[in-house]
Design a protein around this ligand. Sequence first.
Ligand code: MG
Length: 254
Amino acid sequence: MKKIFFLLLPTVLFSVQQSFAQKPDPAATEVWQPEPKVVTPPDGIQPPSDAIVLFDGKNLSEWVSVEDNSPAQWVVNNGVFVVKKGTGNIQTKKSFTDYQLHLEWQIPSKITGTGQGRGNSGLFLASTGKGDSGYEIQILDCFENKTYVNGQTGSVYKQAIPLANACRKPGEWQTYDVIWTAPRFNDGGDLLSPARVTLIHNGIILQNNTILKGGTVYVGQPAYKKHGPSPIKLQAHGDASEPISFRNIWVREL
Ligand code: MG
C-alpha cells in the first residue's frame, strides 16, 4: 500500500501544481521593478481654436453612459465634474480615429487607500464596447503610492511602463496630453497596423509613441479585435476611495 502511494505521489503533486497554474492570477502580470523616476511637473494649457471641446465646465452634454447610452450621470459642480461610481463608465457621443487630446484630473486631497485602490480611474483612448473594453491609460494617485509599475499613473495598463512618475500631490490639478494613432484592420479583421500612443503628464513625457499589443485586459494578455472610429471613455473604478474630478477636456482630430 505504502509503495503504491509513493509511486503515485509524483502524479498527485503534478496535478495539484497544474490546478494552481490554471487559476487566473492578476498578480502574475504585475511588474514592480525598476520604478520610474519621480519628476516635478510644470502647469497646464487651454484649448486651441480648432479643438472639439468635450467639457467646458458647464455640462456633460458631450457624454453618455457606456452601459445604456443614457445621459451621463456624473456630477457637474463649479466648472468640474466628479465621477459617480455607481452609474458606471461614461464615453463621448462622438467617435474618433487619430487625435490629440487634452484632459485635466484631480485626486481628492483627502484620498485614502493604497496601490490600485487609491483614486483609480482611467482614460480609454478608444472605447470598443461596454465595461472596461478598449485601451486604458491609467489614472491613479501614484504620489508616494506604490503599485505594479505597468499599472501606475500613465501606464498603458499592464502593457507599457511610463518613462517617469510625474504625479502631483492629491488635491492639485494634473494634465494629460495624448497623441493617439488608432489601429487599422483589413475587411477580414486582420491587424494592418497597431495602435500607438504618446502621453505627456504635467508636461513630462511618459509614453513615447508606444506601440500597443491590443486591447486592455485585467487578466491575461492583450489582443486586437477589429473596430472603427470609437468614443473616448472615462472609468468609474469600483475602488473604495473618494471619486476623482475632471475638467477642461478637448480633442483635435488628426
Ligand atoms: Mg483604472
